[in-house]
Design a protein around this ligand. Structure first.
Ligand code: ADP
Ligand code: MG
Length: 377
């Protein structure tokens, strides 16, 4: 029997949006940049020049993604997995704003303090406390979307690998016998990634190894803004399957009739840099990548906006999930009966004020998402 998750409560109704302001870093300090982003004391409010925005949470220039950020933003999503709620955590912001650091999805930064490592620990702690009543199966996938192509970070040679700027990795393309990864939808609206590696993991160490392994193969390329700039969306997905035995004493029986089965997934998304293509000063190939990245982020913005529009929702209006690979992949975990948190990452430096303002506006627009039990698929 497949149990459906309980109906959302009021508290679950909105997408949570948090802002993370990192400290000034090396280059910005060298250029004697001024701090132009202010947090209103005691309020989740950010001021930039004459603009003021209120969010669900604001985290100032602390050195690491604090445990408060994890507890307030991500821990409820981890708990929701055990009730069958899909969830998505999105790190949004310009290149260099601290997305990878905050998520802990980089190979060097973040360490144990990033949101993904903290989520993994919390997940295993909870499993440890429940394992006598419930059988768990955990799977991990780690993919990136670059130029509207899905690439398997856990087995980078198996899928269609995109040419990267340094020319060293561009040899493999659609290896015969290994079809590219495809995003599919089952008849009951579950999104699957056909052809991607699904690692079955038993321990925290195995899961952490998958994160590290995938992070190392993530494509990077240089732009004027940051020579380790990431132009891809990286999506680390943890799938939790639970089988609650109806009659655990009947251990000889393979019959699962009467067992309760729940499955939920958590997407942890390190989005591509939100800066516009023209700011990267790119041309040719690189410019194309910029355009494609904008396509994903643009589609995400449109989906979020469609989900947040009360009038459109009442009319069961079209939600444009199909406009990009990113939104298609997140379709069953954005809106609907799922939980979403966006962490908008910003630099405090005055030289980045224009992009920071764009990020704050985008994040502010995202706050209007209302989740409802059924979305238009
Ligand atoms: P993005 O992924 O958005 O491009 P990164 O996460 O790579 O940005 O961060 C850019 C730089 O800023 C890195 O050198 C990183 O170490 C540093 N950084 C980011 N966030 C913080 C933070 N909270 N505290 C200290 N340094 C940070
Ligand atoms: Mg990054």
């Amino acid at each position: 029997m497949e149990a459906s998750p309980p109906a959302s409560t009021m508290e679950d109704c909105c997408v949570k949006v948090a802002v993370h302001i990192r400290p000034l870093i090396g280059d910005e300090k060298l250029q004697a940049c001024k701090d132009c982003v202010a947090v209103v004391p005691g309020k989740p409010q950010v001021q930039l020049g004459t603009h003021s925005f209120t969010f669900d949470h604001v985290y100032g220039s602390t050195a690491t993604p604090s445990s408060a950020m994890f507890e307030e933003c991500v821990s409820p999503l981890v708990d929701g997995l055990f009730q069958g709620y899909n969830a998505t955590v999105l790190a949004y912001g310009q290149t260099g704003s601290g997305k990878t650091y905050t998520m802990g999805s980089g190979c060097k930064d973040g360490g144990q303090t990033g949101l993904i490592p903290q989520a993994m620990s919390a997940l295993f702690n909870k499993i440890e406390s429940l394992k006598h009543q419930i059988e768990f199966q955990l799977h991990v996938s780690f993919i990136e979307i670059l130029k509207e192509e899905v690439r398997d970070l856990l087995d980078p040679n198996s899928s269609n690998k995109s040419d990267t700027s340094n020319g060293q990795n561009g040899k493999v393309n659609n290896i015969p016998g290994k079809p590219p990864i495809q995003i599919r939808e089952t008849s009951n609206g579950v999104i699957t990634l056909a052809g991607s590696t699904e690692c079955s993991v038993q321990t925290l160490k195995e899961m952490a190894d998958c994160l590290e392994h995938g992070s190392l193969s993530r494509a990077t390329g240089s732009t004027n803004m940051n020579n380790q700039s990431s132009r891809s969306h990286a999506i680390f997905t943890i799938t939790v399957e639970q089988i609650r035995k109806a009659n655990s004493s009947d251990s000889n029986s393979n019959e699962s009739m009467g067992d309760e089965y729940l499955c939920a997934k958590l997407h942890l998304v390190d989005l591509a840099g939100s800066e516009r293509a023209k700011r990267t000063g790119s041309d040719g190939m690189r410019f194309k990548e910029g355009v494609h990245i904008n396509k994903g982020l643009l589609a995400l913005g449109n989906v979020i906006s469609a989900l947040g529009d009360e009038k459109k929702r009442k009319e069961n209006a079209h939600v444009p999930y199909r406009d990009s690979k990113l939104t298609r992949l997140l379709q069953d975990s954005l809106g609907g009966n799922s939980r979403t948190v966006m962490i908008a990452c910003v630099s405090p430096a005055d030289i980045n004020a224009e992009e920071t303002l764009n990020t704050l506006k985008y994040a502010n627009r995202a706050r209007n998402i209302q989740n409802k039990p059924v979305v238009n698929r």
